[in-house]
Write a protein that binds this ligand. Sequence first.
Ligand code: SAM
Length: 261
Amino acid sequence: MQHIARKRFGQNFLQDKGIITAIINAANIKETDTVIEIGPGLGALTMPLLQRVNHLHVIEIDKDIIEYLRKLPNQNQIDIHDGDVLRFDFNSIAGKKKIIGNLPYNISTPLLFKLSDYVDNIIDMHFMLQKEVVERICALPNSKDYGRLSVILQYFFDMEKIIDVPPAAFEPAPKVDSAVVRMIPDVGRIGIVDDINEFSRLLTKAFAMRRKTLRNNLKGIVSDEEMAQVGIDANLRPEDINPQNYVLLSNLLHEKTQNKG
Ligand code: SAM
């Protein structure tokens, strides 16, 4: 089909057969798995997926592409969900799911946050993302890439970069490098937070100014003594604190607010 790539939908279509095969192999899909592909586009991943799995769900926003997908010969094998993935209820599909996609980069961060709400019903996810985002979400403490996004997503998922992908693998070529990440739900790995919203708010404040100390960023919220109670030195910068300590600090704050109420 003749299709002019739409920038507003982050359309960069995968062309490189080697990369496509590497993603499909990494996802390790069995015939009976419940698989959802986000943003099937013109089918670069969809067609090989249909060879591996009995049934495939796809979520696509572009009306022209949906029309094209509805004409594919494999209709009995595909459920096409027409609309914005950011509004999609992943629980509307029964069972534990494997999710895969060459994601539209412009919505990748809100989408990853949204998917965190569904961890209990996800087996794993394999996504093509902007390489910079993959490096940020997988980053460990004491590195320039480590930040709020790393800590929040590492709370929910065990993550690993699988392959780097150059712009030439797509048509049109994006301006940035890409990478594929594997994300496996693993809540509890760095502890359990009592209140996820409080954890998120704490991280926003803690990382508000990266060059400042934690004492500075959390002034009026938590004292040096309280930080010391959970093993945090208030003189350190937010990027020097490991995810486990942020969980402990969040729970201490939660307990404090509960006691006040
Ligand atoms: N999977 C195809 C490939 O690899 O060639 C296309 C990938 S392209 C980077 C992203 C796809 O996501 C496009 O088909 C685009 O129309 C679709 N898309 C963009 N925003 C979306 C949204 N909010 N909800 C659902 N699909 C979206």
